[in-house]
Ligand binder design. Structure first.
Ligand SMILES: Cc1cc2nc3c(=O)[nH]c(=O)nc-3n(C[C@H](O)[C@H](O)[C@H](O)COP(=O)(O)OP(=O)(O)OC[C@H]3O[C@@H](n4cnc5c(N)ncnc54)[C@H](O)[C@@H]3O)c2cc1C
Length: 468
Protein backbone atom coordinates (compact mmCIF):
# COMPACT_ATOMS: atom_id res chain seq x y z
CA UNK A 1 0.00 0.00 0.00
CA UNK A 2 1.35 3.38 -1.03
CA UNK A 3 -1.52 5.66 -0.07
CA UNK A 4 -4.96 5.79 1.46
CA UNK A 5 -7.72 7.42 -0.56
CA UNK A 6 -10.03 9.81 1.26
CA UNK A 7 -13.46 10.62 -0.19
CA UNK A 8 -15.64 13.22 1.58
CA UNK A 9 -13.47 12.88 4.69
CA UNK A 10 -13.78 9.07 4.87
CA UNK A 11 -11.22 6.39 3.97
CA UNK A 12 -12.58 4.72 0.85
CA UNK A 13 -9.70 2.81 -0.62
CA UNK A 14 -5.99 2.50 -1.22
CA UNK A 15 -3.42 2.89 -3.93
CA UNK A 16 -1.15 -0.16 -3.95
CA UNK A 17 1.96 -0.92 -5.94
CA UNK A 18 2.19 -4.30 -7.59
CA UNK A 19 5.73 -5.11 -6.51
CA UNK A 20 6.30 -7.48 -9.45
CA UNK A 21 5.05 -5.35 -12.33
CA UNK A 22 5.69 -1.98 -10.69
CA UNK A 23 2.16 -0.90 -11.68
CA UNK A 24 -0.03 1.11 -9.35
CA UNK A 25 -3.43 -0.42 -8.65
CA UNK A 26 -6.59 1.02 -7.11
CA UNK A 27 -8.69 -0.73 -4.50
CA UNK A 28 -11.94 0.63 -3.14
CA UNK A 29 -13.83 -0.24 0.02
CA UNK A 30 -16.36 1.04 2.51
CA UNK A 31 -13.63 1.05 5.17
CA UNK A 32 -9.87 0.56 5.22
CA UNK A 33 -7.94 -1.44 7.84
CA UNK A 34 -4.19 -1.15 8.07
CA UNK A 35 -2.32 -3.94 9.85
CA UNK A 36 1.15 -3.22 8.56
CA UNK A 37 3.31 -3.68 11.68
CA UNK A 38 5.72 -1.47 13.62
CA UNK A 39 8.47 1.01 12.79
CA UNK A 40 11.43 -0.72 14.49
CA UNK A 41 13.46 -0.74 11.28
CA UNK A 42 13.74 3.04 11.52
CA UNK A 43 16.84 2.11 13.55
CA UNK A 44 18.19 0.07 10.59
CA UNK A 45 19.40 -2.75 12.85
CA UNK A 46 16.55 -4.40 14.73
CA UNK A 47 15.12 -7.82 15.41
CA UNK A 48 12.37 -7.17 12.87
CA UNK A 49 12.28 -8.85 9.47
CA UNK A 50 14.10 -6.70 6.93
CA UNK A 51 10.93 -6.04 4.93
CA UNK A 52 9.12 -4.48 7.89
CA UNK A 53 8.39 -0.83 7.16
CA UNK A 54 6.14 2.00 8.22
CA UNK A 55 5.12 3.39 4.84
CA UNK A 56 1.41 2.63 5.15
CA UNK A 57 1.19 4.10 8.66
CA UNK A 58 3.21 7.18 7.74
CA UNK A 59 1.10 7.76 4.64
CA UNK A 60 -2.05 7.60 6.80
CA UNK A 61 -0.35 10.11 9.12
CA UNK A 62 0.33 12.39 6.16
CA UNK A 63 -3.35 12.15 5.28
CA UNK A 64 -4.45 13.24 8.76
CA UNK A 65 -4.28 10.25 11.12
CA UNK A 66 -2.51 11.13 14.37
CA UNK A 67 0.70 9.34 15.33
CA UNK A 68 0.66 8.59 19.06
CA UNK A 69 3.49 8.11 21.56
CA UNK A 70 6.14 7.40 18.91
CA UNK A 71 8.95 7.65 21.47
CA UNK A 72 7.81 4.45 23.18
CA UNK A 73 10.17 2.01 21.53
CA UNK A 74 10.99 -1.32 23.12
CA UNK A 75 14.58 -2.44 23.33
CA UNK A 76 14.93 -6.16 23.95
CA UNK A 77 17.77 -7.22 26.27
CA UNK A 78 18.60 -10.61 24.79
CA UNK A 79 19.84 -10.14 21.24
CA UNK A 80 23.05 -11.40 19.72
CA UNK A 81 25.41 -8.38 19.82
CA UNK A 82 26.25 -6.39 16.70
CA UNK A 83 29.42 -7.88 15.21
CA UNK A 84 30.39 -5.47 12.47
CA UNK A 85 29.32 -2.72 10.12
CA UNK A 86 28.33 -5.08 7.30
CA UNK A 87 25.38 -6.44 9.26
CA UNK A 88 21.83 -5.78 8.11
CA UNK A 89 19.79 -7.58 10.78
CA UNK A 90 19.95 -8.55 14.44
CA UNK A 91 18.93 -11.90 15.89
CA UNK A 92 16.78 -12.16 18.97
CA UNK A 93 17.52 -14.91 21.46
CA UNK A 94 14.32 -15.80 23.28
CA UNK A 95 13.13 -14.02 26.40
CA UNK A 96 12.60 -17.47 27.92
CA UNK A 97 16.37 -17.87 28.33
CA UNK A 98 16.24 -15.48 31.27
CA UNK A 99 14.23 -18.07 33.23
CA UNK A 100 17.35 -20.20 33.79
CA UNK A 101 20.18 -18.09 32.40
CA UNK A 102 21.98 -15.64 34.68
CA UNK A 103 23.19 -12.32 33.32
CA UNK A 104 26.59 -11.05 34.43
CA UNK A 105 29.68 -9.00 33.71
CA UNK A 106 33.00 -9.15 35.57
CA UNK A 107 33.30 -7.37 38.91
CA UNK A 108 36.82 -6.21 38.06
CA UNK A 109 37.52 -3.75 35.28
CA UNK A 110 40.81 -5.55 34.51
CA UNK A 111 38.86 -8.74 33.74
CA UNK A 112 36.53 -6.80 31.43
CA UNK A 113 39.55 -5.33 29.65
CA UNK A 114 41.03 -8.81 29.22
CA UNK A 115 37.74 -10.08 27.78
CA UNK A 116 37.64 -7.12 25.38
CA UNK A 117 41.22 -7.80 24.31
CA UNK A 118 40.46 -11.50 23.87
CA UNK A 119 43.09 -12.61 26.38
CA UNK A 120 40.46 -14.13 28.68
CA UNK A 121 37.23 -16.05 28.16
CA UNK A 122 34.08 -15.74 30.25
CA UNK A 123 34.60 -19.27 31.60
CA UNK A 124 38.03 -18.22 32.98
CA UNK A 125 36.33 -15.90 35.47
CA UNK A 126 35.36 -17.67 38.71
CA UNK A 127 32.06 -17.25 40.52
CA UNK A 128 33.36 -14.78 43.12
CA UNK A 129 34.52 -12.37 40.40
CA UNK A 130 31.20 -12.27 38.56
CA UNK A 131 28.71 -9.45 39.01
CA UNK A 132 25.16 -10.75 38.52
CA UNK A 133 24.06 -7.15 38.32
CA UNK A 134 20.33 -7.75 37.81
CA UNK A 135 20.18 -10.03 40.85
CA UNK A 136 22.20 -7.45 42.79
CA UNK A 137 20.09 -4.43 41.78
CA UNK A 138 16.65 -6.07 41.69
CA UNK A 139 16.63 -8.82 44.33
CA UNK A 140 12.86 -9.37 44.04
CA UNK A 141 12.90 -10.08 40.29
CA UNK A 142 16.55 -10.76 39.46
CA UNK A 143 17.07 -11.78 35.84
CA UNK A 144 13.33 -11.59 35.18
CA UNK A 145 12.96 -7.81 35.38
CA UNK A 146 11.06 -6.30 32.41
CA UNK A 147 12.84 -5.70 29.16
CA UNK A 148 13.38 -1.95 29.53
CA UNK A 149 14.96 -2.38 32.97
CA UNK A 150 17.21 -5.28 31.88
CA UNK A 151 18.27 -3.40 28.73
CA UNK A 152 19.17 -0.20 30.57
CA UNK A 153 21.09 -2.14 33.22
CA UNK A 154 23.20 -3.79 30.49
CA UNK A 155 23.86 -0.39 28.93
CA UNK A 156 24.84 1.02 32.31
CA UNK A 157 27.43 -1.73 32.89
CA UNK A 158 28.82 -1.43 29.35
CA UNK A 159 28.96 2.39 29.59
CA UNK A 160 31.05 1.92 32.73
CA UNK A 161 33.50 -0.23 30.78
CA UNK A 162 32.40 -3.71 31.87
CA UNK A 163 31.29 -4.95 28.42
CA UNK A 164 32.59 -8.43 27.61
CA UNK A 165 33.33 -8.54 23.86
CA UNK A 166 35.73 -6.70 21.55
CA UNK A 167 33.34 -3.75 21.10
CA UNK A 168 32.60 -3.55 24.83
CA UNK A 169 28.90 -3.80 23.98
CA UNK A 170 27.86 -7.19 25.32
CA UNK A 171 27.06 -8.95 28.59
CA UNK A 172 27.04 -12.65 29.43
CA UNK A 173 23.98 -14.89 29.71
CA UNK A 174 25.21 -17.97 31.51
CA UNK A 175 23.66 -21.40 32.08
CA UNK A 176 26.48 -22.90 34.19
CA UNK A 177 24.55 -22.71 37.45
CA UNK A 178 21.30 -24.13 36.04
CA UNK A 179 23.10 -26.92 34.12
CA UNK A 180 25.05 -27.87 37.28
CA UNK A 181 21.81 -27.84 39.29
CA UNK A 182 19.34 -29.42 36.84
CA UNK A 183 21.59 -31.34 34.44
CA UNK A 184 22.35 -30.62 30.81
CA UNK A 185 19.48 -32.80 29.54
CA UNK A 186 16.85 -30.74 31.32
CA UNK A 187 18.33 -27.48 30.08
CA UNK A 188 18.55 -28.83 26.52
CA UNK A 189 14.94 -29.97 26.68
CA UNK A 190 14.01 -26.40 27.56
CA UNK A 191 16.36 -24.44 25.32
CA UNK A 192 18.11 -26.91 23.00
CA UNK A 193 16.76 -25.22 19.86
CA UNK A 194 18.01 -21.84 21.08
CA UNK A 195 21.42 -23.26 21.97
CA UNK A 196 21.61 -24.68 18.43
CA UNK A 197 20.60 -21.33 16.93
CA UNK A 198 23.22 -19.51 19.02
CA UNK A 199 25.92 -21.98 17.99
CA UNK A 200 24.89 -21.74 14.35
CA UNK A 201 25.41 -17.99 14.39
CA UNK A 202 28.38 -17.57 16.75
CA UNK A 203 30.12 -20.96 16.61
CA UNK A 204 29.95 -21.17 20.41
CA UNK A 205 27.99 -23.97 22.11
CA UNK A 206 26.45 -22.75 25.40
CA UNK A 207 25.90 -26.37 26.46
CA UNK A 208 29.61 -27.24 26.34
CA UNK A 209 31.88 -27.29 29.38
CA UNK A 210 34.59 -24.69 28.84
CA UNK A 211 36.47 -24.73 32.14
CA UNK A 212 36.57 -26.20 35.64
CA UNK A 213 37.70 -24.03 38.56
CA UNK A 214 37.82 -25.41 42.13
CA UNK A 215 35.66 -28.36 41.09
CA UNK A 216 32.94 -26.13 39.56
CA UNK A 217 32.13 -26.67 35.88
CA UNK A 218 31.76 -23.52 33.81
CA UNK A 219 29.92 -23.70 30.49
CA UNK A 220 30.39 -21.31 27.55
CA UNK A 221 28.26 -18.26 28.32
CA UNK A 222 26.19 -16.64 25.56
CA UNK A 223 26.84 -12.99 24.78
CA UNK A 224 23.84 -10.70 24.49
CA UNK A 225 23.12 -7.00 24.08
CA UNK A 226 19.92 -4.93 23.82
CA UNK A 227 18.42 -4.19 20.40
CA UNK A 228 15.34 -2.48 18.98
CA UNK A 229 12.51 -4.97 18.98
CA UNK A 230 8.97 -3.59 19.16
CA UNK A 231 7.26 -0.23 18.82
CA UNK A 232 4.56 0.62 21.34
CA UNK A 233 3.72 3.92 19.63
CA UNK A 234 1.85 4.07 16.33
CA UNK A 235 -1.30 5.33 14.69
CA UNK A 236 -3.74 6.70 17.28
CA UNK A 237 -7.01 4.76 17.50
CA UNK A 238 -10.09 5.01 19.65
CA UNK A 239 -11.62 2.08 21.54
CA UNK A 240 -13.23 0.93 18.28
CA UNK A 241 -9.74 0.87 16.67
CA UNK A 242 -10.66 3.72 14.34
CA UNK A 243 -8.05 6.39 13.60
CA UNK A 244 -8.76 10.11 13.45
CA UNK A 245 -9.81 9.57 9.82
CA UNK A 246 -13.37 8.16 9.73
CA UNK A 247 -13.44 4.70 8.16
CA UNK A 248 -9.70 4.15 8.57
CA UNK A 249 -8.89 1.48 11.16
CA UNK A 250 -5.52 0.36 12.44
CA UNK A 251 -4.77 -2.91 14.22
CA UNK A 252 -1.80 -4.81 15.64
CA UNK A 253 1.64 -3.31 16.14
CA UNK A 254 0.97 -0.41 13.79
CA UNK A 255 -1.49 1.21 16.19
CA UNK A 256 -0.47 2.71 19.53
CA UNK A 257 -2.98 0.99 21.74
CA UNK A 258 -2.87 -1.45 24.65
CA UNK A 259 0.77 -1.32 25.68
CA UNK A 260 1.26 2.21 26.98
CA UNK A 261 4.94 3.05 27.41
CA UNK A 262 6.07 -0.49 28.06
CA UNK A 263 5.20 -3.73 26.36
CA UNK A 264 5.64 -6.88 28.40
CA UNK A 265 6.65 -10.25 26.99
CA UNK A 266 4.19 -12.07 24.71
CA UNK A 267 1.68 -9.27 24.66
CA UNK A 268 1.89 -8.63 20.92
CA UNK A 269 0.01 -11.90 20.78
CA UNK A 270 -2.69 -10.26 22.86
CA UNK A 271 -2.79 -7.16 20.70
CA UNK A 272 -2.67 -8.93 17.35
CA UNK A 273 -5.30 -11.49 18.22
CA UNK A 274 -7.55 -9.28 20.29
CA UNK A 275 -7.61 -6.50 17.69
CA UNK A 276 -8.12 -8.80 14.73
CA UNK A 277 -10.36 -11.54 16.12
CA UNK A 278 -12.31 -10.02 18.95
CA UNK A 279 -12.52 -6.23 18.63
CA UNK A 280 -12.49 -5.09 15.02
CA UNK A 281 -15.07 -7.56 13.62
CA UNK A 282 -17.60 -5.98 15.99
CA UNK A 283 -16.52 -2.34 16.08
CA UNK A 284 -16.16 -1.97 12.32
CA UNK A 285 -19.82 -2.86 12.07
CA UNK A 286 -20.70 0.10 14.27
CA UNK A 287 -19.03 2.32 11.73
CA UNK A 288 -20.52 0.61 8.70
CA UNK A 289 -24.01 0.64 10.22
CA UNK A 290 -23.98 4.44 10.15
CA UNK A 291 -22.71 4.74 6.58
CA UNK A 292 -24.56 4.91 3.31
CA UNK A 293 -22.64 1.93 1.93
CA UNK A 294 -21.36 2.03 -1.59
CA UNK A 295 -22.36 -1.01 -3.62
CA UNK A 296 -19.61 -1.10 -6.19
CA UNK A 297 -17.29 1.75 -5.46
CA UNK A 298 -16.04 3.40 -8.64
CA UNK A 299 -12.27 3.71 -8.92
CA UNK A 300 -12.42 6.45 -11.53
CA UNK A 301 -13.41 9.10 -9.00
CA UNK A 302 -11.20 12.20 -8.93
CA UNK A 303 -9.90 11.30 -5.44
CA UNK A 304 -8.39 8.07 -6.80
CA UNK A 305 -6.98 9.88 -9.85
CA UNK A 306 -5.37 12.44 -7.60
CA UNK A 307 -3.92 9.90 -5.14
CA UNK A 308 -2.49 7.74 -7.92
CA UNK A 309 -1.04 10.77 -9.67
CA UNK A 310 0.67 11.88 -6.46
CA UNK A 311 2.19 8.41 -5.84
CA UNK A 312 3.42 8.29 -9.44
CA UNK A 313 4.92 11.77 -9.22
CA UNK A 314 6.69 10.81 -6.00
CA UNK A 315 8.14 7.66 -7.63
CA UNK A 316 9.35 9.78 -10.57
CA UNK A 317 10.92 12.25 -8.16
CA UNK A 318 12.83 9.49 -6.33
CA UNK A 319 13.94 7.80 -9.56
CA UNK A 320 15.06 11.18 -10.89
CA UNK A 321 17.41 12.12 -8.04
CA UNK A 322 20.32 10.29 -9.72
CA UNK A 323 22.65 10.84 -6.75
CA UNK A 324 25.54 8.75 -5.53
CA UNK A 325 24.35 7.00 -2.39
CA UNK A 326 22.58 3.69 -2.13
CA UNK A 327 19.38 3.38 -0.10
CA UNK A 328 21.12 1.14 2.43
CA UNK A 329 23.99 3.55 3.05
CA UNK A 330 21.53 6.32 3.95
CA UNK A 331 19.40 3.92 5.96
CA UNK A 332 22.47 2.80 7.93
CA UNK A 333 23.27 6.43 8.71
CA UNK A 334 19.69 6.93 9.87
CA UNK A 335 20.13 3.92 12.16
CA UNK A 336 23.31 5.37 13.66
CA UNK A 337 21.63 8.72 14.36
CA UNK A 338 18.63 7.01 15.93
CA UNK A 339 20.67 4.65 18.11
CA UNK A 340 23.12 7.36 19.18
CA UNK A 341 20.68 10.20 19.93
CA UNK A 342 17.21 8.64 20.12
CA UNK A 343 18.13 5.24 21.58
CA UNK A 344 18.16 3.73 25.05
CA UNK A 345 19.28 6.82 26.98
CA UNK A 346 18.03 10.15 25.66
CA UNK A 347 18.93 13.71 26.63
CA UNK A 348 17.60 17.11 25.56
CA UNK A 349 20.93 17.99 23.99
CA UNK A 350 21.24 14.64 22.20
CA UNK A 351 17.68 14.76 20.86
CA UNK A 352 18.17 18.27 19.50
CA UNK A 353 21.37 17.15 17.81
CA UNK A 354 19.57 14.05 16.50
CA UNK A 355 16.79 16.17 15.00
CA UNK A 356 19.37 18.41 13.35
CA UNK A 357 21.11 15.41 11.82
CA UNK A 358 17.81 13.87 10.72
CA UNK A 359 16.90 17.03 8.82
CA UNK A 360 20.31 17.03 7.14
CA UNK A 361 19.83 13.35 6.29
CA UNK A 362 16.49 14.09 4.59
CA UNK A 363 18.26 16.70 2.50
CA UNK A 364 20.94 14.12 1.62
CA UNK A 365 18.23 11.60 0.72
CA UNK A 366 16.43 14.14 -1.47
CA UNK A 367 19.54 15.22 -3.33
CA UNK A 368 22.02 12.34 -3.32
CA UNK A 369 19.96 9.13 -3.49
CA UNK A 370 20.71 6.62 -6.22
CA UNK A 371 18.13 4.06 -7.30
CA UNK A 372 19.29 1.69 -10.03
CA UNK A 373 16.96 0.31 -12.69
CA UNK A 374 13.55 1.50 -13.82
CA UNK A 375 10.26 2.15 -12.10
CA UNK A 376 8.56 -0.46 -14.30
CA UNK A 377 8.83 -4.09 -13.22
CA UNK A 378 10.43 -5.41 -10.06
CA UNK A 379 12.66 -2.81 -8.41
CA UNK A 380 13.41 -3.62 -4.78
CA UNK A 381 15.70 -0.60 -4.38
CA UNK A 382 12.85 1.70 -5.37
CA UNK A 383 10.56 0.12 -2.79
CA UNK A 384 13.26 0.39 -0.13
CA UNK A 385 13.73 4.07 -1.03
CA UNK A 386 10.02 4.73 -0.50
CA UNK A 387 10.27 3.03 2.89
CA UNK A 388 13.40 4.98 3.79
CA UNK A 389 11.69 8.29 2.99
CA UNK A 390 9.09 7.30 5.61
CA UNK A 391 11.58 5.93 8.15
CA UNK A 392 13.27 9.35 8.17
CA UNK A 393 9.95 11.05 8.93
CA UNK A 394 9.18 8.43 11.57
CA UNK A 395 12.60 8.94 13.14
CA UNK A 396 11.85 12.62 13.50
CA UNK A 397 8.51 11.85 15.12
CA UNK A 398 10.23 9.56 17.64
CA UNK A 399 12.72 12.34 18.40
CA UNK A 400 10.10 15.11 18.70
CA UNK A 401 8.05 13.00 21.06
CA UNK A 402 11.10 12.00 23.13
CA UNK A 403 12.25 15.63 23.31
CA UNK A 404 8.96 17.00 24.54
CA UNK A 405 8.38 14.21 27.09
CA UNK A 406 10.47 15.52 29.98
CA UNK A 407 10.19 12.36 32.06
CA UNK A 408 11.27 8.73 31.91
CA UNK A 409 8.46 6.35 31.24
CA UNK A 410 8.60 2.68 30.16
CA UNK A 411 10.61 2.38 26.96
CA UNK A 412 11.38 6.12 26.97
CA UNK A 413 14.33 6.99 29.22
CA UNK A 414 15.47 10.58 29.59
CA UNK A 415 18.80 10.64 31.40
CA UNK A 416 17.88 13.96 33.05
CA UNK A 417 14.92 12.24 34.69
CA UNK A 418 16.16 9.36 36.81
CA UNK A 419 16.36 8.56 40.49
CA UNK A 420 19.66 8.53 42.37
CA UNK A 421 19.79 4.78 41.76
CA UNK A 422 19.42 5.27 38.01
CA UNK A 423 15.78 4.20 37.77
CA UNK A 424 13.20 5.84 35.50
CA UNK A 425 11.44 8.84 37.03
CA UNK A 426 7.93 9.60 35.76
CA UNK A 427 6.26 12.98 35.99
CA UNK A 428 2.56 12.20 36.18
CA UNK A 429 1.70 15.78 37.05
CA UNK A 430 2.81 17.10 33.67
CA UNK A 431 2.91 14.13 31.29
CA UNK A 432 -0.06 11.98 32.14
CA UNK A 433 -1.34 11.93 28.58
CA UNK A 434 -0.98 10.27 25.20
CA UNK A 435 1.17 12.48 22.98
CA UNK A 436 -0.49 12.62 19.54
CA UNK A 437 1.27 14.25 16.60
CA UNK A 438 -0.55 15.88 13.71
CA UNK A 439 1.04 16.31 10.28
CA UNK A 440 1.30 19.91 9.12
CA UNK A 441 1.19 19.35 5.36
CA UNK A 442 4.93 19.07 4.72
CA UNK A 443 7.61 16.57 5.88
CA UNK A 444 9.87 19.49 6.77
CA UNK A 445 7.37 21.18 9.10
CA UNK A 446 7.36 20.46 12.83
CA UNK A 447 4.26 18.38 13.68
CA UNK A 448 1.73 19.70 16.17
CA UNK A 449 1.29 18.01 19.54
CA UNK A 450 -2.21 17.14 20.72
CA UNK A 451 -2.65 15.72 24.22
CA UNK A 452 -5.16 13.04 25.13
CA UNK A 453 -5.41 12.91 28.94
CA UNK A 454 -5.19 9.49 30.61
CA UNK A 455 -8.10 8.76 32.92
CA UNK A 456 -8.07 5.68 35.11
CA UNK A 457 -11.20 4.89 37.07
CA UNK A 458 -10.77 1.28 38.13
CA UNK A 459 -7.09 1.11 39.01
CA UNK A 460 -4.67 3.15 41.08
CA UNK A 461 -1.63 4.30 39.12
CA UNK A 462 1.60 3.22 40.79
CA UNK A 463 5.34 3.39 40.26
CA UNK A 464 7.01 0.09 39.39
CA UNK A 465 9.26 -1.51 41.96
CA UNK A 466 11.41 -4.56 41.20
CA UNK A 467 13.65 -4.26 44.20
CA UNK A 468 11.56 -5.65 47.04
C1 LIG B 1 12.05 -11.88 16.45
C2 LIG B 1 10.71 -11.53 17.04
C3 LIG B 1 10.19 -12.31 18.05
C4 LIG B 1 8.96 -11.98 18.62
N1 LIG B 1 8.45 -12.76 19.61
C5 LIG B 1 7.24 -12.50 20.11
C6 LIG B 1 6.64 -13.34 21.10
O1 LIG B 1 7.25 -14.32 21.53
N2 LIG B 1 5.42 -13.03 21.56
C7 LIG B 1 4.73 -11.94 21.10
O2 LIG B 1 3.62 -11.71 21.54
N3 LIG B 1 5.27 -11.12 20.19
C8 LIG B 1 6.49 -11.37 19.67
N4 LIG B 1 7.04 -10.52 18.73
C9 LIG B 1 6.27 -9.37 18.28
C10 LIG B 1 5.21 -9.79 17.29
O3 LIG B 1 5.71 -10.79 16.44
C11 LIG B 1 4.79 -8.60 16.42
O4 LIG B 1 4.47 -7.51 17.22
C12 LIG B 1 3.56 -9.00 15.62
O5 LIG B 1 3.90 -10.02 14.70
C13 LIG B 1 3.00 -7.81 14.86
O6 LIG B 1 1.91 -8.29 14.13
P1 LIG B 1 1.19 -7.38 13.08
O7 LIG B 1 0.23 -8.28 12.36
O8 LIG B 1 0.68 -6.15 13.73
O9 LIG B 1 2.35 -6.89 12.09
P2 LIG B 1 3.37 -7.78 11.20
O10 LIG B 1 3.42 -9.19 11.67
O11 LIG B 1 4.62 -6.99 11.13
O12 LIG B 1 2.64 -7.80 9.79
C14 LIG B 1 2.57 -6.65 9.01
C15 LIG B 1 2.29 -7.09 7.59
O13 LIG B 1 2.02 -5.95 6.79
C16 LIG B 1 2.77 -6.02 5.60
N5 LIG B 1 3.04 -4.65 5.15
C17 LIG B 1 3.87 -3.73 5.69
N6 LIG B 1 3.81 -2.59 5.02
C18 LIG B 1 2.93 -2.76 4.03
C19 LIG B 1 2.43 -1.91 3.00
N7 LIG B 1 2.83 -0.66 2.84
N8 LIG B 1 1.52 -2.43 2.14
C20 LIG B 1 1.09 -3.71 2.29
N9 LIG B 1 1.52 -4.56 3.25
C21 LIG B 1 2.42 -4.07 4.10
C22 LIG B 1 4.03 -6.78 5.97
O14 LIG B 1 4.61 -7.36 4.84
C23 LIG B 1 3.49 -7.80 6.95
O15 LIG B 1 3.00 -8.94 6.29
C24 LIG B 1 8.26 -10.84 18.15
C25 LIG B 1 8.79 -10.05 17.13
C26 LIG B 1 10.01 -10.39 16.58
C27 LIG B 1 10.56 -9.51 15.48
Amino acid sequence: MEDVVIVDGHARGIIAKNLVTGKLERFTANAVVIATGGYGNTYFLSTNAMGCNCTAAVQCYRKGAYMANPSYVQIHPTCIPVHGDKQSKLTLMSESLRNDGRIWVPKKLEDAKALQAGTKKGSDIPEEDRDYYLERRYPAFGNLVPRDVASRAAKERCDKGFGVNNTGLAVFLDFSESINRLGLDTILQRYGNLFDMYEEITDVNPGEVANEINGVKYYNPMMIFPAIHYTMGGIWVDYELMTTIPGLFSIGECNFSDHGANRLGASALMQGLADGYFVLPYTIQNYLADQALWGKVPTDRPEFDEAEKAVNAEIDRLMGIHGKRSVDSIHKELGHIMWEYVGMGRTKEGLEEGLKQLKALREEFNTNLFIPGKKEGLNIELDKAIHLRDFILMGELVAYDALHREESCGGHFREEHQTEEGEAKRDDEHFFYVGCWEYQGDDNKTPELIKEPLEYEAIKVQTRNYKN
